[in-house]
Design a protein around this ligand. Structure first.
Ligand code: ATP
Length: 841
């Protein structure tokens, strides 16, 4: 059975009813070149991000010297034995782009050779690989201010092709760029997001050639097309993503329209949003094709830029409606070029067809580091699986290459390994590129020390790729490029498929490899592959257990961290409570000290008050005792006189004798006695006023202490001063009454607790008169004495037949004699005598 010519595949790509007939190329020998080229690997170091600077991240990069970079691992225990011993991991690349290298320099170094390859009919792939947040998207796509490889390459391609671009005359309208952009515009127009509205504004008229977003950059306008002046070109682009190991078309108009409806209905219906996953199909020559992937024919770079934005927005809608994270998928942007030779006015012959693919891989990350769960965990697991699979493919390819290169034919270990392309969609799609196409890998590298371990793992995988060589440069759409041997294998594959339809399709894939010479050999190889599969499975188990160990170690590390954090928190809490306790103790001590001081002042005031009363009462008592003794003495003397007089009376009976008796009495009367009493009373009064002054001073201090200086000032100014003045003028007993009154008033100022405190300490309640020392007791005693004196005076008067005692003020030369009562003060006596003197005048 003969194989179908590749031209059929090409024609299938075009509309079969096309009026323009496309012929097979006749001039293809020059393209059927076999070369031995190595996969190039560049390292791009990104600068620290704003967040990392804010976190105070340290650099993990120890040294960058020429093409070598040394990175210090964060945790050496998780590293390979070489890294553990060397304390650093060193990798060599084709070139290292330092963090200061601009996008344009990367474009020149990486993309321009590949654009040239595209124009010469070679397939090539630019692959950005690295951990998450390492700068892959920045390199591939860039930003509006710093466009990356895709926008720059688009500009360069269209600038080179200029007016050599033709369009298919009959094309499905739904496949056109204009239709897609219009759809995108209508979706975005209905979206409520303001950014989207501003985005739609940038869609002026892409088809009529409004300049692209990045076309201003003159440096991209380089003509890379050399020779083949007669060729015309058709350019088509496709854009898809691989998410959770499923392919999704980012130029799918139906998805956009579906999204439009959902967005109109509101966010609640997001669960109805279902994107159609695309199937992979193996076509001729073992090439993998994505079934149903839209390839949009384009005519200008601005159109491509807008399509690119449509694709990105489609991805964004999927993120919004499916609640997924943008960088959790691998994205692939393809530029397909068809070179056509004009045969007649309407006829073109396909000269060659080539593809340039830009791949932005999702970043690998540790699930334990990011603490993801649920859908995120699934995403991460899928990403890690596909990236691990890519690494395995690269490792297997490198090993097979070494085996092929070694001359030791006898070595039993010389068996070639099966490259596990089929284990993920990513590697299955890249199989062609890794085997036959030219590939460049950009290993994006984060300088942050917190990412060091993951960076080392990623760079190790990238370094596998560096050693790979690919030997076939294949041009699609050109049947004569395939060797006879390949033709034979194609036939063989067909036979195999017929013979064993139910068998796994591994055999089908293997026929594409030139190693297999015949079917028997192929069957043997299948057997050996099965063995290897068992071996690989056991190895996978080992790897799994290693991963589990690693996870356990990371968990332990996390627990240690948590323990540390808790310890710090505990110390902080202890310190805080200790400080609080200290403050409380201090507060209680000061309050207690104040209280003690307050109590002492109270006691001192009360003591002073009691002393005052004691002194006063003592003075009064001694005065009254003295008066009493005087009166007693007088009484004795009177009695004696009376006795004598009685005797005399009994002896003398005549009236003359009675008269002489009266004279005797007048002579013997102690006229100086009242004067003495007056001077004594004056002395006592002075003493009392001194005591009163002392008392006032004590009260003043007491009040100042109790109520403070300000309150004292107020009291002093109002009540107390007047009261003290009165006290100074009044007699002692009146002063006593006033003092009680004063104390009562003073205690009205005190609050309840202070009153209770005084009552508790001294057993005196100033508001309760009965609890106070009886101030009137003295008065009553004095009144009693006064009465006694009066009684004795009465008796005396009875005896002296109502004779009065007279006091004479002779200071002014008048006879101002005035009778006085014992209760009258000397001042009053003086005043009284002055009044009587005036009346006499
Ligand atoms: N060369 C560079 N110069 C300046 N900024 C950069 C550079 N490379 C990356 N960045 C910045 O670093 C951040 C992360 O970059 P980027 O989004 O490209 O990472 P990524 O590897 O694509 O991450 P993910 O895998 O999560 O998508 C971005 O803010 C980007 O602007």
């Amino acid at each position: 059975m003969s194989s179908s010519p590749p031209i059929v595949r090409y024609l299938q790509f075009e509309n079969e009813d096309s009026e323009t007939e496309i012929h097979d190329s006749k001039n293809n020998e020059n393209l059927n070149t076999t070369n031995s080229e190595r996969i190039k690997v560049f390292l791009r170091l990104r600068p620290f991000t704003v967040d990392e600077i804010a976190r105070g991240e340290k650099s993990a990069v120890l040294q960058v010297k020429e093409n070598r970079i040394s990175i210090r691992p964060r945790n050496r225990t998780y590293m390979s034995s070489e890294v553990q011993t060397a304390n650093e991991a060193t990798f060599e690349f084709d070139e290292i782009f330092q963090d200061t290298i601009p996008q344009s320099a990367v474009f020149k170094k990486v993309a321009i050779p590949f654009i040239r390859k595209l124009f010469s009919g070679q397939n090539s792939m630019i692959l950005a690989y690295g951990i998450t947040n390492a700068g892959k998207t920045h390199t591939i796509l860039g930003t509006e201010a710093e466009p990356g490889l895709i926008p720059r390459s688009i500009d360069a391609i269209f600038y080179s092709l200029k007016d050599k671009i033709i369009q298919s005359p009959r094309r499905d309208e739904k496949e056109s760029a204009k239709y897609l952009i219009e759809c995108c515009r209508s979706v975005l127009f209905n979206a409520k997001d303001e950014n989207w509205n501003s985005f739609t504004d940038s869609f002026s008229d892409p088809v009529t050639g409004v300049p692209g977003l990045f076309t201003d950059e003159k440096e991209n306008n380089i003509s890379l097309l050399s020779g083949n002046e007669s060729l015309l070109f058709q350019v088509a682009v496709s854009y898809f993503e691989i998410y959770n190991d499923r392919c999704y078309d980012l130029f799918d108009v139906d998805t956009l329209l579906e999204a439009q409806k959902i967005l109109k209905r509101g966010q609640k219906s997001t669960t109805k949003y279902r994107r159609q996953g695309l199937k992979l199909k193996e076509v001729q020559n073992g090439k993998i094709k994505i079934e149903g992937l839209h390839e949009i024919e384009v005519s200008s770079s601005s159109e491509v830029h807008r399509l690119l934005q449509c694709g990105l927005k489609n991805r964004q809608i999927a993120e919004t409606l499916c609640n997924r994270h943008s960088s959790r998928s691998h994205t692939v942007f393809n530029v397909n070029l068809k070179a056509l030779q004009k045969v007649s006015k309407k006829e073109y012959r396909l000269d060659f067809q080539s593809t340039l693919s830009f791949v932005d891989l999702a970043g690998s990350e540790r699930t334990t580091k990011t603490n993801v769960s649920g859908e995120r965990l699934k995403e991460t697991a899928q990403i890690n699986k596909s990236l691990m699979n890519l690494g395995q493919c690269l490792e297997a390819l490198r090993r097979n290459q070494r085996i092929r290169e070694s001359k030791d034919e006898e070595n039993p270990k010389r068996k070639l390994l099966l490259v596990p392309y089929r284990q993920s969609k990513l590697t299955l799609l890249f199989r062609d590129f890794l085997q036959n196409g030219s590939t460049v890998m950009i290993a994006a590298c984060s300088p942050a020390s917190s990412d060091a371990d993951e960076t080392i793992h990623a760079l190790r995988t990238a370094s596998f790729a560096k050693e790979l060589k690919y030997s076939h440069i294949q041009v699609y759409g050109n049947p004569n490029l395939f060797s006879n041997q390949t033709k034979h294998l194609n036939e063989l594959r067909h036979t195999t498929t017929e013979r064993n339809q139910s068998d796994d399709d591994t055999a089908k894939l293997m026929v594409n490899d030139e190693r297999f010479q015949d079917f028997d050999e192929l069957l043997l190889e299948i057997e050996s592959l099965r063995e290897r599969l068992a071996f690989a499975e056991s190895r996978a188990l080992i790897i799994e257990s290693e991963i589990r160990d690693e996870v356990a170690r990371e968990m332990e590390e996390a627990l240690h961290k948590m323990e540390k954090q808790f310890r710090v928190k505990l110390e902080e809490a202890t310190q805080f409570h200790e400080e609080r306790l200290e403050k409380r103790v201090h507060l209680i001590t000061t309050t207690a000290r104040k209280e003690l001081g307050y109590g002492a002042a109270h006691r001192a005031a009360e003591h002073a008050m009691l002393n005052y009363y004691k002194d006063k009462w003592e003075a009064e008592r001694s005065l009254h005792e003295f008066e009493l003794s005087q009166l007693k003495q007088k009484l004795r003397e009177r009695n004696l006189e009376r006795d004598q007089l009685k005797e005399l009376l009994s002896d003398r009976t005549t009236t003359n004798e009675k008269v002489s008796r009266q004279n005797v009495f007048t002579q013997t009367e102690d006229f100086a006695e009242p004067q003495k009493q007056i001077s004594k009373k004056l002395d006592n009064r002075n003493e009392l006023s001194n005591l009163l002054e002392n008392f006032v001073e004590t009260v003043k201090r007491f009040t100042q202490h109790l109520f403070g200086e300000d309150t004292w000032q107020q009291i002093e100014n109002s009540y107390l001063v007047s009261m003290i003045e009165e006290l100074a003028q009044e007699e002692c007993e009146i002063g006593q009454i006033r003092m009680i009154d004063y104390l009562n008033r003073m205690f009205q100022f005190l609050n309840v607790s202070a009153k209770q405190d005084i009552i508790r300490r001294h057993g005196i309640d100033p508001t309760n008169h009965e609890s106070l020392p009886d101030m009137n007791q003295n008065k009553r005693r004095r009144e009693r004495r006064k009465k006694q004196t009066e009684i004795s005076n009465e008796s005396y008067q009875v005896n002296t037949k109502n004779d009065s005692i007279e006091a004479t003020d002779c200071s002014d030369g008048f006879d101002n004699s005035t009778s006085f009562l014992s209760t009258t003060t000397p001042d009053k006596v003086i005043k009284k005598s002055r009044r009587s003197r005036k009346t006499k005048k």
